[in-house]
Write a protein that binds this ligand. Sequence first.
Ligand code: LER
Ligand code: MN
Length: 280
Amino acid sequence: MPLSSALTICLVEEARGGPFVLHPPPTAAGLEAAVRTAAELGYDGVEVFPPSPSAADWPAAELTRLTGSHGVRLAAIGTGAGWVRHRVHLCHPDAAVRRAAEDFILGIVDLAGGAGAPAIIGSLQGSSGPDVPRGAALDHLAAALGRLAARARTHGQVLLYEPLNRYETNLFNRQAEAAAFLADHTLDDVRLLCDLFHMNIEEEDPAAALRSCGSRVGHVHFADSNRRAVGLGHTALEPVVAALRAIGYDGFLSAEVLPLPTPLDAARRTIESYRRLVAG
Ligand code: LER
Ligand code: MN
């Protein structure tokens, strides 16, 4: 199977400054325009960052129809709105808040699974802190990932867990350490989301890190060193693509980048770089 390209669509008003390419209003017309843009530029898929799992907040019920009618696949659905909007996460000292985070993710797992895609756990993983030391935080994380992956499995999906850079979490910043944690806890249906922006900060050698994680790699956020579109920073992408090919990765390279200099420029620049590096 070849690699595939994807473009991020953020429907969360509170995340307007975030690293997502298209930021349409959370309406059916807004979502349709964004999906159409991705399709017209030649993307294979879209990755959606919705405000919640609820169809009351955005046109969730339209997702399958819109992707189908524009001939793009749904690459994944993000859960970060649980953090951005509600400040819940999986390592919070309060069990009720941890539960709320898990319920939010379960809703997205069901939504994504119903649409044939995996859900992403990024910022909702949280961090350890004075009230939740590292050991306890990792116990919370492992338990939640186990329950969430079991739900994803009922949809025939894996769960995507994303190590983040040190400024966003203190749980796992490097891919191989996260892969070892998943293996130690026999979390076999949890795959790594390898974000090349975070990896540029944390890894000694991003390509080597990908090679060491092998089949644990489940999704890739395709970003340059400065979190701009690939081609607008200084990450060496050729070795990264070679590493993904070497491990047999056949998923998405999904552009989770800042919409700079404009959303359309970032989308165009990404697909040009993708064609040069992957398809060319
Ligand atoms: C989410 O995919 C991510 O990479 C985090 O940095 C949250 O923005
Ligand atoms: Mn990411």
